[in-house]
Design a protein around this ligand. Structure first.
Ligand SMILES: *Cc1c(COP(=O)(O)O)cnc(C)c1O
Length: 381
């Protein structure tokens, strides 16, 4: 939503895609010429690329990130790994889609506070949230920061929990501190299964909606494959009451052009984050925690300020467009007030009141990042 007066727009997706444009157009043209518009080679190639990238055996292309989250959980239910009413531990400060996917499957989201510094699940609180109905943890690598440590590994083993990941924001991030449960150190492949989103603003964005599930479990992979296709693996043989959630090959073909550059794209964001980290020096502005033991792919660069409206107005007056991820936590949304509205989650609420996302995509040059940092340094309350 940028207008002419904005010198530093939050993001320009056309510019982000420009280096890939010609190859994407060619790849999509090849699909047009192939005559195969559902499934087929373009989809399978992308799925293999994604599985290899995540060091996992299976990837299944889907319509979007929410469907990936929903089908991953539904597959576990169909296989008897989870049942209705089972409790899923999930960070309280996440995009509402994470919680919706749990609700849509008649599972119970158990919202746990984040750590005020990492903005990810406070893993020291997992043990307090466990009940006899707890069967799973849904991790969210919020803003691209890896959410993985020994507490998670220990809790999963001790309580026999399934670990799922909402990896919509952290494709290409690595767990550096503790090994994943199945060998891979890549986010999205740390637990039994992970959901990916290729929504256009994500670190690897599609030309429209797209998503995927990555998993180490052969049966879960089969079940997701069936569920995306009316519950069917063979035509007119419906194992499950499934859905139509297939990733279009024309979108998969374009994604296959970009996916090999995931590390490059993440490094572009890291460069910008490094500049902000170095150059923003302002007692009124808390910078995001960066520590050597937690890989970060900077889906968003999120600072915290006490007076958010004043800060955003100040930046906009200086031509800097910002965003807020997210102003209202899921338990305060109208659709969840009846179910979750009584929860006391002061850390989550404080985060939602104070966060501001700065421009971080490749469409903002390094020179502009430095200029934005300088503008931020002149802000005071
Ligand atoms: C983007 C996002 C989703 C949803 O993905 P869509 O592809 O938009 O459906 C889910 N969870 C998180 C954390 C996200 O950032």
């Amino acid at each position: 939503m940028s207008d002419k007066s904005v010198k530093y727009p939050f993001a320009r997706l056309g510019d982000v895609n420009a280096p890939y444009r010609d190859r994407m157009v060619q790849a999509m043209t090849d699909v047009v010429d192939s005559g195969q518009y559902i499934g087929g080679e373009a989809l399978e190639t992308f799925e293999q690329q994604l599985a290899d990238f995540c060091q996992a055996p299976y990837a299944i292309g889907l319509t979007n990130g929410l469907d990936a989250l929903r089908l991953m959980l539904r597959a576990a239910i169909e296989l008897g790994m989870l049942g209705p009413g089972d409790e899923v531990i999930v960070p309280a400060n996440t995009y509402v889609a994470t919680i919706l996917a749990i609700s849509h499957n008649d599972l119970k989201p158990v919202l746990v506070e984040p750590d005020i510094d990492t903005l990810n699940l406070d893993t020291r609180l997992i043990d307090h949230a466990i009940t006899p109905r707890t069967r799973a943890i849904m991790l969210v690598h919020l803003y691209g920061r890896t959410s993985w440590d020994q507490n998670i590994v220990d809790a999963a083993r001790r309580h026999n929990l399934l670990v799922f990941e909402d990896n919509a924001q952290a494709i290409g991030a690595c767990a550096l501190d503790a090994k994943g449960l199945y060998g891979s150190q890549m986010t999205g492949a740390l637990g039994i299964a992970g959901a990916f989103s290729f929504y256009p603003t994500k670190n690897i964005g599609a030309l429209g909606d797209a998503g995927a599930v990555v998993t180490h479990d052969a049966e879960l992979a089969q079940a997701v494959r069936a569920l995306r296709n009316y519950g069917s693996l063979r035509q007119y043989d419906n194992l499950y009451q499934g859905f139509n959630c297939r990733l279009d090959p024309v979108k998969a073909a374009a994604l296959s052009v970009k996916l090999p550059y995931a590390d490059y794209e993440n490094d572009q964001r890291r460069q910008r984050a490094d500049l902000y980290n170095q150059h923003i020096v302002n007692p009124f502005v808390s910078k995001p925690l960066w520590t050597a033991n937690a890989d970060h792919v900077w889906h968003q660069y999120v600072v915290r300020v006490n007076n958010r409206q004043q800060f955003r107005d100040f930046l906009l007056a200086h031509g800097v467009e910002t965003a807020v991820h997210y102003p209202t936590p899921p338990h305060r949304q109208p659709c969840y007030v009846a179910e979750l509205g009584d929860l006391h989650l002061p850390v989550t609420e404080k985060i939602c009141q104070t966060v501001v996302s700065l421009p971080i995509t490749r469409s903002t040059s390094l020179v502009d990042i430095q200029a934005i940092a300088n503008i931020i340094n002149t802000y005071h309350e």
